[in-house]
Ligand binder design. Structure first.
Ligand code: C2E
Ligand code: MG
Ligand code: MG
Ligand code: MG
Length: 286
């Protein structure tokens, strides 16, 4: 259609800015007092152990619903929580609630919680997590914290110190979305992570170029294992991806094939019933 010119283009530009600013404000309002208003909720997605196909953990994932019923994805509201400083309270409460739920699970399960790089700006991050664990009487080794590569771009000294203090608490640290950020192998060298979570981009389009996808994932798994880490592959959606990963012997799988993020109640039911692993039973009976 016709190109806007002159004054019309300028007006359209400022209209867009207004709409965006209004939306950000709406999300910020929804985030304030969101737990009390039940606008924020934790969902749980299972992590499956490759070897025996049992659930070993659930990852806690935040969900925001506005008063008008709109679902805002975390990729949109987490940055706003970060910019407004709300992330510190939301982050702490997320750990508290995730632990509360995990306490109802069998004791050999752990729970995974995402930490935003922004949370590391506070000097009291580690002591706060320590008190949350103590207040809940929850064993630190049952908590895994997921951090992204972006974290490591800033204030190296402080982050390094915080990570080793978390480690000393007995909490596990996973590097999330591995391979997508400004990855530097130097970071793996410098910090001790317990786990690598391979980002789902490496599985996207697997069906169209299987060898290429398999080769890079195999290499990342090997790298992780060589460096003494466990490796989880995210975003497993199809039986053929699952079969490939089964041969590559990563440690854990996560993805829609095994379960979407679900309410705490549905997670409890899944724990009772077990994962319906079609792919494995099909393969066994084949
Ligand atoms: P993440 O930590 O990498 O979480 C995995 C994301 O991948 C989740 O999206 C999950 O729903 C999605 N996913 C899992 N399996 C599959 C699959 O098989 N296929 C596809 N297409 N997607 C899959 P979600 O819940 O939208 O979360 C997006 C991101 O938001 C998370 O990525 C995490 O970085 C962030 N996030 C979520 N909850 C929190 C939180 O409590 N705190 C912080 N700081 N960040 C959070
Ligand atoms: Mg994560
Ligand atoms: Mg992830
Ligand atoms: Mg990811």
């Amino acid at each position: 259609h016709a190109k806007l010119s002159g004054r019309d283009a300028v007006v359209a530009y400022f209209d867009d800015l207004d709409i965006e600013r209004e939306r950000r404000r709406m999300i910020e309002v929804a985030l304030r007092g969101a737990w009390e208003g039940n606008r924020l909720e934790l969902h749980f997605q299972p992590l499956i152990k490759l070897k025996n196909r049992e659930i070993v953990s659930f990852e806690a994932l935040l969900r925001l619903t506005t008063d008008t019923g709109e679902q805002i994805p975390p990729n949109e509201f987490i940055p706003i929580a970060e910019q407004t400083g709300l992330i510190h309270e939301i982050g702490a409460e997320t750990i508290r609630r995730a632990i509360d739920i995990a306490k109802t699970w069998p004791e050999d399960l752990f729970v995974s919680v995402n930490l935003s790089p922004e949370q590391f700006r506070r000097h009291d991050l580690v002591s706060r997590i320590d008190s949350i664990l103590k207040e809940a009487g929850f064993p630190s080794h049952r908590l895994e914290l997921e951090v992204t590569e972006n974290l490591l771009l800033r204030d190296e000294e402080r982050v390094s110190d915080q990570l080793s203090r978390l480690n000393a608490l007995g909490v596990s640290i996973a590097m999330d979305d591995f391979g997508t950020g400004y990855s530097s192998l130097g970071y793996l060298w410098k910090y001790n992570f317990d786990k690598l979570k391979v980002d789902r981009v490496f599985l996207e389009g697997y069906e169209f170029n299987q060898d290429k996808h398999r080769d890079i994932i195999e290499t990342i798994i090997l790298l992780g294992h060589k460096m003494g880490m466990e490796v989880t592959v995210e975003g497993v959606e199809t039986a053929s991806q699952d079969e490939m990963l089964d041969r590559l012997k990563c440690d854990q799988l996560q993805g829609y094939l095994f379960g979407r993020p679900m309410s705490a109640n549905d997670a409890a039911t899944l724990l009772e019933d077990g994962v319906q692993d079609q792919t494995v039973s099909e393969r066994k009976s084949a």
